[in-house]
Design a protein around this ligand. Structure first.
Ligand code: MN
Length: 309
């Protein structure tokens, strides 16, 4: 039987232009070495970009009013760049991300890093911090990621750049931290929090979870956002470390709208999207689509002053 195959036309959300001509660079970091849950987050950056090419609508509705809509990608030039880091150990990958993000920021680009595992954020945060020494890091995540290394749950040599160490690195950079959506603690992390008096900066899902309170708690105007997709409920997303009792998409969008309107978000990353092969493929692709939509919407939030009439 002959199968019907119709290729979709490419949209213009991601422009086929040199990175130097872009306003925004999607920096793909395909590395999931030392992930502890299901593997496959290294596949996410390309698949998320694919969804931006072929599925996400270019037009954004700003309100219910007629004429109050625009093609966001006509106002901001979005390009992609993918690092060849698949085989690297986390520490080497982090260095690569830091250097690349640093160069891009230097040239005035708005950098969106796409993981890969959460280790990606260590490099991205370090690069942004150099240009924005007064920034905070806002982490949306089911997990605290305050471990010193992954030695308590992984065999072999403990890795101090594993995904579960991200916020310890950020704290060591002396950057103020706000964590929200948290619902998993470990002894090691609780000990670290108590020792460093960090509890007041932690907003646990279903306990202390009001968007207004979370944004109020951010003391700086400049913010770097690290968004671990497992902040969302495990029923809603394909991720390597799913946790139930998480945020809904609606809650996430409401929070981000508030964050972008009240703070200057200097950069962000989205990590731990896991489209397989250990995960159900179709569900993985769906999450890539929903994350692609989210990224496009976040860029509108970030650059919305360009759209004011
Ligand atoms: Mn997590």
């Amino acid at each position: 039987m002959k199968t019907m195959k119709r290729e979709r036309k490419r949209s213009s959300i991601i422009k086929n232009i040199p990175v130097g001509e872009a306003d925004v660079v999607l920096l793909g970091v395909p590395n999931d070495r030392h992930s502890s849950g299901w593997l496959g987050s290294a596949l996410a950056p390309r698949l998320i970009c694919d969804q931006l090419y072929y599925q996400v609508e270019e037009l954004m509705q700003f309100s219910g009013r007629e004429g109050d809509e625009a093609r966001v990608c006509d106002q901001i030039a979005i390009a992609e760049k993918h690092l060849a880091v698949e085989e690297m150990l986390p520490k080497t990958m982090v260095k690569g991300v830091m250097e690349e993000a640093h160069d891009l920021i230097c040239y005035g680009k708005y950098v969106v890093s796409l993981g890969g595992s959460h280790s990606v954020s260590i490099g991205s945060v370090a690069a942004h911090h150099r240009f924005h020494p007064g920034m905070s890091v806002v982490q949306l995540d089911a997990h605290l990621d305050f471990r010193k290394n992954d030695g308590d749950f992984m065999q072999g040599k403990p890795d101090s750049y594993a995904h579960c160490t991200v916020m310890r690195h950020v704290h060591a950079m002396n950057i103020p931290i706000i964590q929200a959506g948290i619902r998993v603690d470990s002894d090691i992390e609780l000990g670290y929090i108590r020792k460093n008096n960090l509890e007041r900066n932690i907003f646990r899902a279903n306990l202390r979870d009001d968007n207004d309170d979370i944004v109020e708690a951010i003391r700086t105007h400049e913010v770097y956002l690290t968004l671990d997709i497992d902040v969302l409920d495990s029923a809603l997303v394909a991720t390597g470390t799913p946790e139930n009792r998480g945020w809904s998409w609606g809650k996430l969008y409401d929070f981000l709208e508030m964050l972008f309107s009240r703070k200057r978000v200097v950069g962000f990353d989205i990590i731990e999207v896991c489209p397989g092969p250990d995960f159900d493929r179709a569900r993985g692709i769906q999450t890539c689509y929903e994350v692609a939509q989210l990224i496009y919407w976040m860029l509108w939030q970030k650059f919305r002053s360009k759209f004011s009439k």
